[in-house]
Design a protein around this ligand. Structure first.
Ligand code: CO
Ligand code: ZN
Length: 333
């Protein structure tokens, strides 16, 4: 599985420019699904039908393909690029960093003269692609850059940019590779534009009209120096979401996931996240409402160029999904 995680995290794919990631995934999942289609926004919707008919219902699983990025807003007379954030980008994570554009152009992030002890606002930063004028600049206003950072594995940890949410994509690809039997018609959706407002999930949930929906995404942890007091740690299992700032996970679905994990001996933790949400929010409020939940991969340093996960948690997420699709669920209230 490590190879797909490397490939997916190193791929270019900020919000609105997910094409390269989508191509990689399409190729990888082709042998394991009954059909795939791409909708008007760029969501990849793959379907794997239930082994026995009739299916118990439609289960939508979603992970977002996009990563946070920087969009060029202005090019000055010397060829320096100004930018706006695409999603939750923090200036602190940018200085001296390298970015890459869809056409392969690399850039480094510089800063105007600034007081060393203050965090610079975004508009004091610029991208330098080595150009000396707008005319010879290899990128244009509206082009989008993503972080450039190689993946590495060390011990049980995996580190890369865009673990949010390529690790979720990797979980779903690995799940599709391993899944033998499903009693549900599975709609595995690789969504676009999550980081700028869950837009891919909104339209794909409307199209799929699922009976139950689950997002696979990352969550932060409470296990590093001076971190938020949060009961999620790297290496302690897949996190089953209870609540985040956008949604309350369906209590019956959450209980079902916990029971499955306990019965199967899959390590899990319960997640209450102060800030942030996922595609499950959009799926939950689709149409007349959908029971929705989230399997989260605990991740340190989210929304920085080096996001860290633990492979044991990732494998636990895959295992839990495999158990989930093999048996019926009683959601209750
Ligand atoms: Co994110
Ligand atoms: Zn995410």
């Amino acid at each position: 599985m490590e190879e797909i995680v490397r490939e997916l995290t190193e791929a270019y794919g900020p919000s609105g420019a997910e094409g390269k990631v989508r191509e990689l995934i399409q190729e990888r999942i082709a042998p394991y699904v009954d059909e795939q289609r791409v909708d008007a926004l760029g969501n990849l919707i793959a379907c794997k039908r239930a082994g026995a008919s009739p299916a118990v219902g439609r289960l939508m699983l979603a992970a977002h393909m996009d990563e946070i990025g920087l969009i060029v807003s202005y090019i000055d007379e010397k060829g320096f690029l100004r930018f706006h954030p695409m999603g939750g980008v923090f200036p602190l994570t940018l200085l001296g960093g390298r970015v890459v554009f869809e056409n392969g152009t690399m850039g480094v992030i510089g800063i105007e003269r600034w007081q060393e002890d203050k965090i610079p606002p975004m508009d004091k930063l610029f991208i330098d692609v080595g150009a000396t004028s707008p005319a010879e600049c290899p990128v244009k206003v509206g082009d989008i850059a993503g972080f450039h950072r190689p993946f590495f594995a060390q011990g049980t940890r995996w580190v890369g940019k865009a673990m949010d949410d390529r690790i979720g994509c990797a979980v779903l690809v690995e799940f599709l590779r391993q899944v033998k039997e499903t009693i549900y018609d599975l709609y595995v959706v690789f969504t676009v534009q999550e980081e700028i407002g869950l837009r891919g999930a909104m339209v794909s949930a409307f199209a799929v009209e699922p009976d139950v929906a689950i997002a696979v995404d990352i969550t932060t942890t409470g296990d590093y120096p001076e971190s938020d007091k949060m009961a999620v740690e790297l290496g302690k299992g897949v996190a089953i979401k209870v609540k985040d700032s956008g949604m309350i996970a369906h209590p019956g679905l959450r209980r079902h996931l916990v029971q499955l994990a306990e019965k199967a001996g899959i390590p899990y933790q319960l997640e209450v996240l102060r800030r942030g949400t996922t595609d499950a929010y959009a799926m939950q409020v689709s149409r007349e409402g959908v029971p929705a939940g989230v399997l989260s991969i605990p991740t340190r340093y989210a929304h920085t160029p080096s996001e860290m996960v633990d492979q044991r948690d990732v494998r636990a997420a895959v295992d839990l999904l495999l158990h989930l699709v093999a048996q019926p669920m009683e959601l209750g209230g």
